[in-house]
Design a protein around this ligand. Structure first.
Ligand code: AMP
Length: 288
């Protein structure tokens, strides 16, 4: 039975077999949840699988370190890979299948197609990591074709990614619902991330500045302060711990454009803690 400690999910590497398996489950009337990941799984990923298992009859987790979303000077080769532990974790949380495609099946010889989402992918991570969101959108589009699930689960931690994926799904009429789940944090507030493993003990202590900055930004927002003041609170927190800021900005939740009066917003932050880039964000509810 799935969802029990010690349960081992069925591992599928072959895209055609994966798709046939999902289509057969759909024909049998089962509701399928899908959690795309790059592995090195932690409690943040586990929460997505739990949510999917609570809402669906079967859950597919993909584990694929997608080369196309890494820049030439990024951490593809050293990205953590922990497949045995990942399988145990998602099995315990209720995954039925784990899809582990080879890069050569996602990108066969002659592969020439790229999915480019324009506006919401242009700024923030898109500006700092050229090509990153084309890599994400291309692989997520491929995954949605190979895993024709009813609903896909993404973490709010990567807010811009959720906006880009929603845009792509809407624009290409991909028949899958997108659900965004809350960010899971360490006890001190640091958002869980596979990249936290790169932090030295000293950098790990400093990394809490992102959450601290976002928390005081949310207080300033609730107090009715101007957007520039809210953003300044984030920068100040990072500066106080010597963390260079890539961006610290309040934007509209759906478009990532400047916030609209009376609408919800999100504060996005990215900083460089030692050699590691960390991202985080906080939801800012509508205010009068
Ligand atoms: P990744 O393996 O980093 O590509 O992430 C796979 C999925 O897990 C993405 O939808 C992420 O947003 C989500 N995720 C990563 N970290 C967290 C977290 N701390 N809390 C919730 N979801 C997360």
């Amino acid at each position: 039975m799935s969802g029990q400690p010690g349960h081992t999910p069925i591992v599928v590497a072959e895209p055609r077999l994966m798709r046939d398996t999902i289509l057969a489950a759909c024909r049998a009337g089962r509701r399928i949840g899908f959690v795309p990941t790059m592995g090195a799984l932690h409690a943040g990923h586990a929460s997505l699988v739990e949510q999917a298992a609570a809402e669906c009859d079967d859950v597919v987790v993909s584990i694929f370190v997608n080369p196309k979303q890494f820049g030439p000077r990024e951490d593809l080769a050293r990205y953590p890979r922990t497949l045995p532990a990942d399988l145990a974790l998602v099995g315990a949380k209720g995954a039925t299948w784990v899809f582990v495609p080879e890069p050569s099946t996602a990108y066969p010889a002659g592969h020439a197609t790229s999915v480019v989402v324009a506006a919401p992918a242009a700024d923030f991570e898109g500006a700092i990591r050229p090509g990153h969101f084309a890599g994400v959108a291309t692989v997520v589009c491929w995954l949605f074709n190979v895993v024709p699930a009813d609903v896909a689960y993404f973490g709010a931690k990567d807010w811009q990614q959720t906006v880009v994926v929603r845009r792509m799904v809407a624009d290409l009429a991909i028949p899958i619902a997108i659900e965004v789940c809350p960010t899971i944090r360490e006890p001190d507030g640091l958002a869980m991330s596979s990249r936290n493993a790169y932090l030295s003990p000293e950098d790990r202590r400093r990394a809490v500045a992102l959450h601290e900055g976002l928390t005081s930004a949310a207080e300033r927002w609730q107090a009715g302060d101007a957007v520039a003041v809210v953003e300044k609170a984030i920068r100040a927190a990072l500066r106080s711990r010597d963390i260079p800021v890539d961006y610290a900005q309040v934007v509209d939740t759906d478009t990532l454009l400047p916030p609209r009066p009376g609408a919800a917003a999100v504060a996005l932050v990215a900083g460089r803690v030692g050699n590691t880039r960390l991202l985080d964000n906080i939801f800012l509810p509508p205010r009068p």
